[in-house]
Design a protein around this ligand. Sequence first.
Ligand SMILES: Cc1cc2nc3c(=O)[nH]c(=O)nc-3n(C[C@H](O)[C@H](O)[C@H](O)COP(=O)(O)O)c2cc1C
Length: 180
Amino acid sequence: MNTLDAIAKRRSIRKYKSEQIEDANLEQVIKAGQIAPNAGPFHISVIQNAELLNKIAEVSVQAMKDSGIKMMMNRAAVPGFSPLYGAPTLVVLSASPKNPYSMANIAAAGANMTVAATDLGLGSCLMATPELGFKADAALAAAAGIPEGFSVILCATLGHIDDDVKIPARTETDNVNYIK
Ligand SMILES: Cc1cc2nc3c(=O)[nH]c(=O)nc-3n(C[C@H](O)[C@H](O)[C@H](O)COP(=O)(O)O)c2cc1C
């Protein structure tokens, strides 16, 4: 796929098939994250263990309910809501909270990975909500192999897009000006 086509085609996918993604595709997505522009170190943890994925989902839903943030609380209250949307792979991006560029580094890696996933015909969704779960339960970070001194900043689901998913067109945004 042409790069611009993959960028245009990428959408956040919120329902996945249970079958795991192929290792060769995972490797390419992770490589795309590793080679993103960066201003400092960050770490990529890939979680495919069903027990740990369930635990992250469970703790994150509770953290959303306890967050005091209305939008999060409403979303978590929807019956059957799962913050990982049934994805068989979760990529957890972490970095040092002491580096002022950690957020930017992680965003660049996440963008590269989701575009790469689109190029490979996979679904993905960048997500802030699991970060609440990692904050609420320190044991999750250890289980996920987050390096010492790093905090979880952003996650991305990866998986095959469920057949029921209807991908809506992206609405036009008017957030640019030009000075020539
Ligand atoms: C930093 C960040 C955090 C996000 N967190 C979530 C999240 O927790 N759950 C979710 O379903 N989508 C999340 N999204 C996805 C956005 O909702 C989505 O990118 C936006 O609505 C635009 O839609 P599109 O990605 O389909 O083009 C997040 C996106 C970003 C960039």
